[in-house]
Design a binder for this molecule. Structure first.
Ligand SMILES: Nc1ncnc2c1ncn2[C@@H]1O[C@H](COP(=O)(O)OP(=O)(O)OP(=O)(O)O)[C@@H](O)[C@H]1O
Length: 653
């Protein structure tokens, strides 16, 4: 900086390093000759929007790298806050250390690939400077400080972050990481995920910084330098790193787990002020992970217990999975992200939502969450291919899925109580279901081609908007021999007065015919027609994994048209627990486009289905991958139809 003595000639009257008016005055002193500074915008490379700056421009922006503009110093060098003179944009200028300088071309190549990494949860690289021996990176400025600042270095009068904010930060960080792992090719291993590298804007929106810088590390390959970097990430590094093994995306998942643990506990990854056995956060937490009763004790005291116990359990379950010793046992960040997306949803009553199991790519996450009463359905995982099929087939309704309001989580205890109650009623249910079965055995199968109407309702309104109590669908589910394929569906609806949703189960009296392997079934359309009420349900996919009989169904939409009322119901997931054929379906939203006074009747709605499908073998299942069929609508195999059971109305309370 001594090379530019003129830059320090005048002190700003404004607060340092801001873009306030008098700062511009100061910049005017430093304006370099036009010939020297061909306008930055003109020099944007064609490949990306990254700009090149000359050193003088950045010196101007940072007031000649003045001390008061210094934001901090990390393993890569110093970071200064600055204002670009050309645009007035606030930036963070990272001046890389000069150890082991990269050649100009090498540096430029790295920067260009870095600049291609663009995601809302990543700090954007605006430009760079490779001038003489100077190497600088120019990033968007993130105004809110780092997560570390907010967790541990709170300013006086600043409120501690609440639970939902913490979960939102975790979700955003997971999204950024998911982008690096899953959306760019080849995947980028972050290597340096930690609370100080998660920056927050004024609304606590998280942005990861320092990603992809590994190859730019000055002195890469220089053991001395590397050891200082390891020191910095101590507490966040995955065990394989200390074992000298290669880092993988799962090493990032471990570091993410440490950050999540910090968010939950409010404890630093390494805290030398604590007693010996509490200094390393992960080591402190490991025994607690094994004892769910102690989970509430882990929570940051600053939260003052303002979180739902189940939400906490879910978060701890996710964290403990991320922190598994073996990389292969850790979840994919995409699954972590999905789980967190639900935990970060705030509901009216502040209770987080359940996690639809079918969202996960890897069953380990669903298993972990279900252990903690965190999933609305039985653990189940779809083979990747199947999952892709589901997502592609459901893509047409992706927008609609946005509308889905998730069912609020009740306390685990309450759910158990409800399940017990339901079981105690099974006898009577069972009888009526038998009756239904008898009646339906001779019912004609109407050819109602009205598939889902859920997409057609112009002004549908979610019941959940006015009543957080979600809907529950109770299903009697049985498997039969292949001759009995395309069997009947019976259903009854009931209006319930419970304030909270039920998660009901009923037993089947029919034996399951085991298939030798996993069976998957896709039902594109399931319709029953009970004039004057027409009801149609579209099941987007259904699968079961024979051992241990976990079955999940994703129902894309369900609607019934009961003139003059039109209602549609969307079911996000359905599962049955094979023994003894308990099946539960949770409806995430039930919408209708009718007027207000009719809405009451549709709230708290319970339906029971029997014998939704039969399928012994995968190739005999009611399942189709056939694109042409999908395009042209449902084939006959895709339709299972029946009439609505007569005593539907008798179940209304
Ligand atoms: N884009 C940015 N916007 C605002 N502040 C930033 C930005 N980038 C970095 N900082 C701040 O600059 C300081 C130094 O950051 P830097 O990332 O270099 O170091 P670190 O994260 O503390 O350590 P390490 O380099 O080991 O990751 C930190 O206080 C960080 O919050």
């Amino acid at each position: 900086m001594n090379c530019f003595p003129c830059f320090t000639s005048k002190k700003s009257k404004s607060s340092p390093c801001t873009n306030e008016t008098n700062e511009h005055d100061e910049h005017e002193e430093f304006r370099p000759p036009v010939a020297m500074t061909k306008r930055t915008e003109e020099r944007e490379t064609e490949q990306s929007s990254v700009k090149t700056f000359n050193f003088r421009e950045l010196a101007t922006a940072t007031k000649n790298f003045r001390q008061e503009c210094l934001l901090g110093e990390g393993g890569f060098g110093r970071v200064y806050k600055g204002t670009l003179q050309s645009t007035g944009q606030l930036v963070a200028v990272k001046q890389l250390d000069k150890h082991g300088l990269h050649g100009n071309k090498e540096f430029q190549a790295e920067v260009l690939s870095l600049a291609k990494l663009e995601h809302p949860n990543l700090v954007k690289l605006i430009g760079y400077c490779a001038d003489g021996d100077q190497r600088l990176l120019v990033f968007e400025y993130v105004s809110g400080g780092s997560l570390q600042d907010h967790l541990y270095e709170q300013k006086s009068g600043q409120k501690p972050m609440d639970w939902i904010t913490r979960m939102k930060i975790a979700f955003g960080a997971a999204q950024g990481l998911d982008y690096l792992h899953d959306k760019v090719n080849p995947p980028v291993i972050y290597r340096d995920l930690k609370a100080s590298n998660i920056l927050l804007d004024a609304e606590f929106y998280p942005k990861l910084c320092d990603f992809g810088l590994h190859n730019l590390e000055p002195g890469t390959g220089d053991s001395l330098f590397l050891s200082s970097r390891v020191m910095d990430t101590y507490g966040y590094s995955a065990p394989e790193y200390t074992r000298g093994e290669d880092l993988t995306v799962k090493s990032d998942v471990y570091s993410f787990g440490v950050v999540l643990l910090e968010l939950i506990t409010g404890r630093r990854a390494i805290d030398n002020t604590k007693p010996n056995d509490e200094q390393n956060l992960v080591a402190w937490a490991q025994p607690i992970f094994k004892d769910p009763k102690r989970y509430p004790d882990m929570a940051d005291p600053l939260l003052k217990k303002n979180f739902s116990e189940r939400g906490l359990n879910q978060a701890v379950a996710i964290t403990s999975m991320c922190l598994q010793e073996e990389p292969s046992a850790r979840p994919l960040i995409s699954d972590v992200m999905v789980a967190l997306s639900f935990l970060s949803m705030s509901t009216e009553d502040g209770i987080p939502t359940t996690v639809p199991i079918l969202s996960f790519r890897d069953k380990s996450m669903s298993i972990a969450l279900s252990r903690h009463g965190s999933c609305s359905v039985t653990p189940f995982s779809l083979p990747r291919k199947e999952e892709d099929e589901i997502s592609s087939s459901s893509s047409e309704s992706e927008d609609d899925e946005e509308e889905i309001k998730q069912e609020p989580i009740r306390s685990q205890k309450k759910q158990e109580e409800e399940e017990t109650t339901t079981h105690s009623n099974d006898g009577s249910d069972s009888n009526s279901e038998k009756d239904q079965e008898g009646e339906h055995s001779h019912l004609p199968k109407p050819r109602d081609s009205s598939s889902s109407s859920s997409n057609s309702g112009s002004e549908r309104r979610s019941i959940d908007e006015t009543n957080a109590a979600a809907q529950s669908l109770k299903i009697k589910y049985s498997y039969s021999s292949e001759e009995e394929d395309n069997e009947r569906l019976s259903s009854k609806t009931s209006s319930k007065s419970s304030e909270e949703s039920t998660f009901s189960r009923s037993n089947s009296d029919r034996d399951h015919v085991d298939s030798p392997s996993n069976t998957n079934m896709r039902v594109n359309s399931l319709v029953h027609n009970d004039s004057p009420r027409n009801t149609s349900m579209r099941i987007n996919s259904l699968a079961y994994d024979d051992s241990p009989r976990n079955t999940s169904i994703r129902v894309n939409s369900l609607a019934h048209d009961d003139s003059p009322r039109n209602a549609s119901m969307r079911i996000n997931s359905l599962a049955h627990d094979g023994s003894p054929r308990n099946t539960s379906m949770r409806i995430d939203s039930l919408v209708h486009d009718d007027d207000d006074e009719e809405e009451e009747e549709i709230e708290n709605h319970e339906t029971r289905f029997e014998q939704i499908h039969s399928s012994k073998f995968k190739d005999q299942s009611v399942y189709s991958d056939d694109d042409t069929e999908e395009e042209s609508g449902e084939s006959s195999l895709h339709q299972i139809e029946s009439e609505e059971e007569e005593h539907i109305s008798s179940d209304h309370d």
